[in-house]
Design a protein around this ligand. Structure first.
Ligand SMILES: C[S@@+](CC[C@H](N)C(=O)[O-])C[C@H]1O[C@@H](n2cnc3c(N)ncnc32)[C@H](O)[C@@H]1O
Length: 269
């Protein structure tokens, strides 16, 4: 059991959204994904969303993935759950897969997601404390764990966005708090199209894991948005600059890994 059951601290929500830190992902980008989540939740077990990269590469993502049960969690997800302490803020919580697992274990969990369909689904699935919110537009009383799973750190879009997030996150966490996030080292791919994409990023002076994607569901697509896959070494380097200690606590040969970030003592930046 977590040691803070009964903690009465509240999150602080702004009365109106204030754009901070220059983050500007268009929330419309996630709308086709939200529509697909709703379709699955209402009974379309075959719902899938098309993820289209800006080089034209497409993949179909079965929506059932976003409703996975704890029994289907990967070792990385299980380890993340085990590392959680205190009041957890599940950022980009989706349908609440990790929030619900943590709630079940007795944790105080607050779930946020920018997508209204995801928030409605979480409410209907029994998430107790859920808000429609953009991570970059809200401020909170500090929590003990920020959890970002399912490659959720991708929402920072770029390395520059990662740097802004690493500064913003300091204010969201208690002094002893931690960020738990999973991401992907894209260099593990052997796919020639992916390798060509990385190379074109390099040539344009961008980090190789900065991808641009568009979601489509039933012929309707949103605008392109950025999604960042960051390797552990690059994450550590940028975390250190922002005053974080970053440990890769679990790594798979697929390039997926779990990182734990804690505040370096004495740093206030
Ligand atoms: C890849 S999904 C991961 C969902 C869930 N964590 C999981 O593991 O199944 C990323 C989620 O982040 C949400 N999201 C994207 N940008 C966001 C933002 N700026 N603030 C909050 N949520 C955001 C999306 O709506 C989506 O539900």
């Amino acid at each position: 059991m977590p040691d803070d059951v009964g903690d009465q601290r509240q999150l602080v929500w702004p009365e109106r959204e204030t754009i901070i830190l220059g983050h500007d992902m268009d929330p419309k980008a996630m709308e086709p994904y939200g529509a697909a989540l709703s379709a699955y939740f209402e009974g379309d077990a075959n719902a899938e969303v098309i993820v289209r990269r800006d080089d034209g590469e497409e993949s179909k993502l079965p929506i059932s993935y976003f409703f996975r049960q704890p029994s289907a969690f990967t070792p990385i997800e299980n380890a993340a759950i085990d590392y959680c302490t205190g009041h957890v803020l599940d950022v980009g919580a989706g349908t609440g897969v990790h929030t619900l697992a943590l709630q079940e274990k007795g944790f105080q969990v607050t779930a946020i997601d920018v997508n209204s369909a995801a928030v409605q689904i979480m409410t209907r699935r029994g998430v107790k404390d859920v808000h429609r919110a953009d991570l970059f537009k809200c401020q909170y009383e500090p929590v003990d764990t920020i959890l970002m799973m399912g490659h959720g750190i991708g929402m920072v879009e770029t390395i520059e966005g990662l740097d802004r997030f690493l500064i913003h996150a300091r204010g969201l966490l208690s002094e002893e708090g931690q960020i738990l996030l999973d991401s992907l080292d894209v260099r593990t791919t052997g796919d020639p199209k992916n390798l060509a994409y990385h190379e074109s990023n390099r040539r344009a002076g961008r980090y190789i894991g900065e991808i641009r994607v568009q979601f489509e569901y039933q012929g309707k697509h949103g605008p392109f948005c950025g999604w960042l896959h960051v390797d552990g070494g690059t994450l550590k380097e940028h975390a250190a600059k922002a005053g974080w200690k970053c440990d890769v606590v679990l790594e798979e040969n697929t390039g997926n890994y779990l990182a734990r970030l804690t505040k370096e003592r004495g740093r206030h930046t």
